[in-house]
Structure formats: C-alpha cells, structure tokens
Design a protein. Structure first.
Length: 177
C-alpha cells in the first residue's frame, strides 16, 4: 500500500473497515438465521416426537382396553363354566343318589351320601376301548357280584323281570294238538 497523502490512506482504511463491517454483519446475520433455523428444527423434532409418543400411547391404551374386555369375557365364561360344572356335579350326585335308593329332593340329600355316591362311581373300573379292523369294540367289565343295584326309575319289564308267562300262554308258533 502506497501512501501518497494521509487522505487516501484514511480513505482506504475506511473502505476496508466498511467491507470488514459488512462481512461481520453478514456473518452475524447468517449465524442468527442459522440459530433460528436450528431452533425451528428442534421445535419441529420435539413436536414430531411428542406426536409419535401420543400415537404410541393411544395404541397402548387401545390394546389395554381390548385386553380388559377380553379378560372380562374370559372371566364371565369361566364363571359360567364353573356354574355349569357345579350344576352337572349336582345333577350327577342326584342321579347317583337315586340309583342308590336315596330319596329324591335336591336339598334333602345329605352331603355325606352325595360324597359316597360320587366315590362309588369313581371307584368302578372304566371300560377299555380296543380297535379291530371291523370297528371299535368296547369291552365292558364283568360284574364281580351277581346282584345289581335297584333303580326305582326303571320298570320291572325293562330291568328284566323274572316273571314267566303262565302255562296257558304259548309263545311258540308251533301248535300242539
């Protein structure tokens, strides 16, 4: 830089200072703009993140509501099955008690008789199921005692009455003369 007089040097210094100030102000404006854009981007990321979290919470709440509904349905079905099971046990006990000759009536049966009746049927051997080429055969256990339990519900003819027809009645198709 040549110095011809003080006026030109100051003129060059002042123009350099103007350019320098313009560059600094441009950089400052760019930094402010960058900071503003960064803040906007962070706000947008926060909004998207909170929206995503809300959607996930909504999905979880929907799933929990569904599971609560399913749990209620399962509990109702379980209670219904439990009541049905108790009803079947009670009916079974009544049937067994009637076979054992205990007087009827659902409330008149002492629990000890019902328990004994339940144990009686559970102590009997179960039939064994076998297969052959012609189809399934069920082998039935042979009774060890010759007596059968009386059943008040079965008629004498259905149970196999030992009453024989009189001598006048001839069941044969061949006549005698």
């Amino acid at each position: 830089m040549e110095v011809k007089n003080d006026g030109t040097k100051t003129k060059q210094d002042s123009s350099f200072e103007k350019v320098k100030r313009a560059a600094v102000s441009t950089l400052a404006a760019a930094a402010v703009k960058a900071k503003l854009l960064a803040n906007q981007e962070e706000d947008q990321i926060r909004q998207l993140t909170s929206l995503l979290i809300e959607k996930q919470l909504y999905k979880l709440e929907a799933k929990l509501a569904f599971f609560n509904d399913m749990e209620n349905v399962v509990m109702r079905v379980k209670e219904l099955l439990e009541r049905s099971r108790h009803k079947l046990y009670h009916e079974r006990a009544l049937i067994i008690a009637s076979r054992l000759g205990v007087p009827g009536g659902s409330r008149g049966i002492p629990p000890s008789i019902v328990d004994r009746a339940m144990n009686y049927t559970n102590s009997l051997p179960r039939p064994q199921i076998t297969m052959n080429p012609q189809g399934p055969l069920i082998s039935r256990p042979v009774s060890t005692t010759g007596t059968t339990l009386p059943n008040p519900l079965m008629s004498a003819t259905a149970a196999g009455s030992s009453v024989r027809p009189s001598s006048q009645e001839n069941l044969s198709s061949v006549g005698t003369k």
